[in-house]
Every structure is written in structure tokens, then in C-alpha cells.
Design a protein. Structure first.
Length: 114
């Protein structure tokens, strides 16, 4: 998306929001919107967008809990540490060899211990 490449996150958020009015089941757009909102500091909106993306993505897998790194980071920024860590644990359980996830967990554990 050109607005993101140019660093115009406000325009990117507006464009993605408009796009989602016409294509509300577009998972990639919801994920991208959540990332843009996180970068803009629109944490609550980002949580809602990331949650919507996960709901759409996991529509057929209703028994599986929703989890994504983006949503976990948004929850952490919202000071919802327990929920963020729980989500990160779910992701690590699915991808135990993912060093990004294990490093993030270690960082959060150190940050939360202070």
C-alpha cells in the first residue's frame, strides 16, 4: 500500500477503513489495519481490527482460541499483560521453534518483572 510505504499512516488507516466498508471479510486488510492502528497508537481500534481478522481467519475453526502476535502486542501496549502473555503462550505452543516469539516472551517477562 503506497500510503504505508510513504509513511502516511493516517491516510493508510482511512483507505483501509474505506476498503473494509466494501469488503468487510478481507482478512489481509483487517490485519494491515491493525498494524497501522498500532503504529498510530490507536490501541483499542487495533485490538478490534486484529480480533476481527482472527475471527474471519479462524471462522471454520471455532474451537481454536484466537491468537496473533499483532493482537498480543496491542494487548501488551494496553497494559493487559496477562492476556497478552496468554496469547503469546498459545502462539509458542503452535510454533515452538519460532525464535521471535520466544525472544518476545523473554523480553516481556523481564519488562514485567521490573
Amino acid at each position: 500500500m503506497e500510503a504505508i510505504r510513504e509513511g502516511n499512516l493516517e491516510q493508510a488507516e482511512f483507505t483501509l477503513t474505506e476498503l473494509l466498508e466494501f469488503a468487510p471479510v478481507e482478512v489481509r486488510a483487517w490485519k494491515l489495519l491493525a498494524r497501522v492502528q498500532r503504529q498510530l497508537g490507536h490501541i483499542e481500534e487495533g485490538i478490534a481490527s486484529a480480533t476481527r481478522a482472527l475471527q474471519l481467519q479462524n471462522n471454520a475453526l471455532t474451537d481454536e482460541p484466537l491468537a496473533s502476535v499483532t493482537l498480543a502486542r496491542l494487548l501488551w501496549q494496553q497494559s493487559e499483560y496477562h492476556e497478552a502473555m496468554r496469547m503469546l503462550d498459545l502462539l509458542i505452543e503452535k510454533r515452538p521453534d519460532d525464535t521471535e516469539l520466544t525472544e518476545l516472551k523473554s523480553h516481556w517477562e523481564m519488562e514485567n518483572a521490573v
